[in-house]
Design a protein around this ligand. Sequence first.
Ligand code: AHR
Length: 500
Amino acid sequence: MAKLYVNPKLQKGHLNPELQGHFSEHLGRCIYEGLYVGENSNIPNTNGMRSDVIAALKEMQIPVLRWPGGCFADEYHWKDGIGPKETRKKMINTHWGGVVEDNSFGTHEFMELCRQLGCKNYINGNVGSGTVQEMSEWVEYMTFDGVSPMADLRAKNGHEESWKIDYFGVGNENWGCGGNMTPEHYGNLYRQFQTYVRNYKADAPIYKIACGANVADYFWTKGVLETTHKHAPAHLHGFMNGLSLHYYTHPGGWENKGSATEFDEEEYYKTLNKTLFMDTLIKNHGAIMDEFDPEKKIGMIVDEWGTWYDVEPGTNPGFLYQQNTMRDALVAGINLNIFNKHCDRVKMANIAQMVNVLQAVILTEGEKMILTPTYHVFNMYKYHQDAELLDSCIETEEIGMGEWKVPNLHESVSMGKDGKIHVTINNLSVTESYDIDAVFTETVIKSVEATILTNDMHAHNTFENPDAVHPEKFEGARIEGNSVKFTMPPCSVMHLALEV
Ligand code: AHR
């Protein structure tokens, strides 16, 4: 019997809804087809946005959406994506499949998408091939209310009222596709560019995000922070509100990532083992951030994470389209638990990517749409949004195969806005079920409701069988005094909601 200890009296920090954020790039069929089909499509839509996809994302309570990239961001020139669609410039999407980008989805469409979703926006600006003026004018175009060339242009394009920018990224992966810069060079550019990301709305300052490291590139984190903090007034915290981190789980390494659906037990454990490295990364990058920002004013923004496999056979290699199995459900559950546990430093995380790309929550094919196992995990975890993390720990044993060891169980617990205690727990074993005794210190438990997602590690939804993997009500949780006892089947993700 594994014990889960929860102390509801000890709240450890606030869980920003943005810890369950998403990312959508002009890549493959994420924006075009996946989200935006245009007003004249036969696929039901509102102002061009697919109604089925919007409804599913709203159900999941999507808190924030990042756009337009990714690598695409540092090649994106926002003025190409405004004004009458027939006159918008066409360009080649050099990063992603060499297809024609007709710019029919631009700033107005993105803001309309976020309006329909009821989520915050996170816009990523162009440092790699853009100018300070271009970035500054984009911010002016979106947020300035008075008389100005960009505010006038926005009104001319049909949107008199300004928008609010919630999050703004100053460049993406500038150590790589965003300009191959050194940390010092980027750090100086960051200082310069962010100066012109003006806060035109005194009551809604823009949360500015500097480009952080890839995986374990601690040299980058240190170099950027040294540069941005040098001779800078202490209260400006290196001129940033957030610093990003990117970490993808490639089970077979960058060169041979492996199949999304065909893998053996060893590769399953390898994937989960590599996913757990997120915890180490957050601790290590966090320790460097602590040197410059001991009060943790700067948020760590994990704005790209998820599994990255070989593309589905027969699909465009530049489109990064992959299936999504129960293995991905576990990857999602583990990562979301890790972000919760590090909520003192991690303020936002964005899975890559929302629809039809990498570890997507939704896949589409023409007018059809399926929800992936990862979607169901997000939907089960949504009760953590805006909740307070509770002190918890679970007894685990080491399982796995060969060198790929993982703990058998993984959890996080919060006190929700609804006054209920929410437990999310994963059984990582492919073969074993575990009895769990969840003990809640000095708590009177009035009721418990549980939902479970469980299946074979390879199980996934297809357009022919869209509901093969779906969550079910779990009837096996029993209250005994101040504890809840239940058995978790292999390869499963569970959510328990306790009325106390
Ligand atoms: O998400 C796909 C790509 O991965 C992004 O464009 C880039 O930022 C990262 O390398």
